[in-house]
Design a protein around this ligand. Structure first.
Ligand code: MG
Length: 270
């Protein structure tokens, strides 16, 4: 701040006190004798230094890289915890419907996630049977247990809106449909705030999710009612940390591919 605004603010404060006195409010006026700009400066804790990626989609220095095109060392099959059985080639990983869902070896609580996905140009089918996959932001068990951010081909492919790409499945439609056409790469950037549970197992703070698709906001601090359910009303089951899971959906359309997956743990949050 320069000296001029400080002088002006002192004059303004005096004017407020004077005005308050004229209205009989002098006793409730803020008592701030000789306020200084330093009074409202915070110097600690100092935010850690993080080196950004060469481009915004590249992992920054504090990211855990989950897939960089080379291998699936960070992943296992959900059903048997064996090394993930999806196919890695040409820097991308493609769903194996026979292997089923895969999930991270690591478990996470609150985090920022980046991933990129591609519907193949030869995609077939309609509605939910066209390029269906998904990212479970917390995998709370086998199969499709957890909280699914939907992945599918929603480029000129109508379905129920709380099930289209970018939806928190069966709970929250995306704010916009920002799909690129099949064959193009899509990106998701997600902030996941895990639910908090009391000692009795009841939820005390619900899960929240903010998400961007292709750089455009699609979920804005959405509060979830519980885990994703295909049928019925969602409800919570307590957990503390959980893997991130990718879905091998059972529809017969050709499988999707993924690339450039990384996550940043957000410690220090409940
Ligand atoms: Mg799905």
């Amino acid at each position: 701040m320069s000296r001029t605004p400080r002088t002006l603010s002192a004059v303004a404060a005096a004017a407020i006190v004077t005005l308050g006195a004229a209205n009989g409010l002098a006793q409730t006026a803020p008592a701030a004798p000789n306020p200084k700009p330093q009074d409202t400066e915070q110097w600690t804790p100092v935010p850690p230094v993080v080196t950004p990626g060469a481009v915004d989609a590249a992992p920054p220095s504090d990211a855990i890289v989950l897939f960089n095109g080379a291998n699936l060392d960070q992943w296992v099959n959900t059903k048997d915890k064996a090394p993930a059985g999806w196919t890695v080639a040409n820097g991308v990983v493609t769903v194996s419907k026979a292997a089923g869902n895969i999930e991270t070896r690591r478990k996470f609580r609150n985090y920022q996630l980046h991933l990129e996905w591609q519907v193949p140009t030869n995609v077939t089918g309609t509605g939910q049977s066209r390029g269906n996959s998904g990212v479970f932001l917390a995998s709370t068990g086998g199969g499709d247990a957890g909280y699914e951010l939907q992945i599918m081909d929603s480029y000129n492919n109508p379905t129920y809106v709380n099930g289209q790409a970018g939806s928190m499945y069966k709970q929250a439609a995306p704010l916009v449909n920002v799909m690129r056409k099949p064959g193009d790469w899509q990106s998701y950037d997600v902030i996941w705030t895990a639910p908090v549970f009391g000692a009795d197992g009841k939820v005390t703070a619900p899960a929240r999710v903010t998400a961007f698709q292709n750089g455009v906001l699609i979920q804005n601090d959405v509060v979830l009612a519980g885990e994703t359910l295909y049928i019925g009303k969602p409800f919570y089951r307590p957990y503390t940390t959980a893997p991130i899971k990718l879905q091998a959906h059972g529809d017969p359309s050709p499988p999707l591919s993924f690339r450039n997956i990384w996550v940043r743990d957000l410690p220090g949050t409940p």
